[in-house]
Design a protein around this ligand. Structure first.
Ligand code: SAM
Length: 285
């Protein structure tokens, strides 16, 4: 049996593939990493797996053996041809030649749950790094009927996404990810696990989608607007940031709200918990 590295080189030679840097094509060549992604995704025959960016099909091959159905979304037409040929014997394989950011995933999931008789939907992907954040935010903000999202992404982005809000490495995005999911760190992956080698270290993370949000807030969109305003001016105190962006109508009102919530007047945005932002939102509305 060929190793993943041998198999990847063989396919690349056979189809004259030169990895397209602008599409974030770094192909996985490490058995241990593939096995870890598959293992932590806990795939069963009741699952529909949506794989974003299957590339040459390294992960796809393992997914097809375990899942009820695998639906791949790949932008590069060259890959579509390879995948269709490689997996033509599998009746649980389907591929869409589209930009994942433009796909109506809600509609697809509804249809697949009805037709393919799958009960759970999971995302598994070694993502193209140039659009990691928009992809993850799309998956979360569209409130898709998902159980989990297992992805390999750049290490620094991974750390920010799965940080606990209010602790270190917090950014505005940390709060959104935390609102929708419980993050898990799975494995750090060195750059020599890919061809070509990316310039960064990677990490596998798993986001387990929450059934209920962790805070009660009158309007979550307003809360996320407040969080974004707070982090747009990160060097400033929360009070100044929200005053400058007119979230607090006057500085005096801002001071009063912070006092009522037992928050220090000079607190910085990154020191607030999600509950603190929910409380501020509830006071303003
Ligand atoms: N899954 C393969 C692996 O692990 O070896 C390839 C991963 S590679 C990091 C990312 C893949 O995403 C590439 O195949 C690339 O063509 C695809 N891709 C890039 N932009 C995309 C987009 N907007 N929509 C769907 N796929 C995209």
């Amino acid at each position: 049996m060929k190793s993943i590295l041998e198999e990847t080189k063989f396919i690349m030679n056979r189809y004259h593939i030169k990895p397209n840097k602008s599409l974030g094509q770094n192909f996985l060549i490490c058995e241990e990493v593939v096995e870890k992604i598959i293992e932590c995704s806990r795939i069963t025959k009741e699952d529909l797996i949506i794989e974003i960016g299957p590339g040459l099909g390294t992960l796809t091959k393992y997914l097809l053996e375990r899942a009820g159905k695998v639906l791949c979304i790949e932008l590069d037409k060259k890959m579509i041809h390879i995948l269709e040929e490689r997996f033509k014997l599998y009746d649980n394989f389907e591929i869409l030649n589209q930009d994942v950011l433009k796909v109506d995933l809600k509609k697809i999931i509804l249809k697949e749950k009805k037709d393919a008789k799958v009960t759970n939907v999971k995302i598994v992907a070694n993502l193209p790094y140039y659009i990691t954040t928009p992809i993850i935010m799309k998956l979360l903000e569209e409130e898709l009927d998902l159980e989990s999202i297992t992805v390999m992404i750049q290490k620094e982005v991974a750390n920010r996404l799965i940080a606990i809000p209010g602790q270190k490495e917090t950014g505005a995005i940390t709060y959104s990810v935390y609102y929708y999911s419980v993050g898990e760190e799975i494995l750090e992956v060195p750059s020599d696990s890919f061809i070509p080698k990316p310039e960064v270290t990677s990490k596998i993370i798993k986001l387990n989608i929450r059934k209920q949000p962790p805070v009660e807030v009158k309007n979550k969109d307003v809360m996320f607007k407040i969080i974004k305003s707070a982090f747009m001016q990160k060097r400033k105190t929360l009070l100044n940031a929200l005053n400058n962006t007119k979230i607090f109508t006057t500085k005096g009102k801002g001071i009063k709200i912070l006092k009522e919530l037992n928050l220090k007047e000079n607190i910085r945005p990154e020191n607030l918990s999600l509950q603190d932002f929910a409380n501020i939102t509830n006071k303003i509305l």
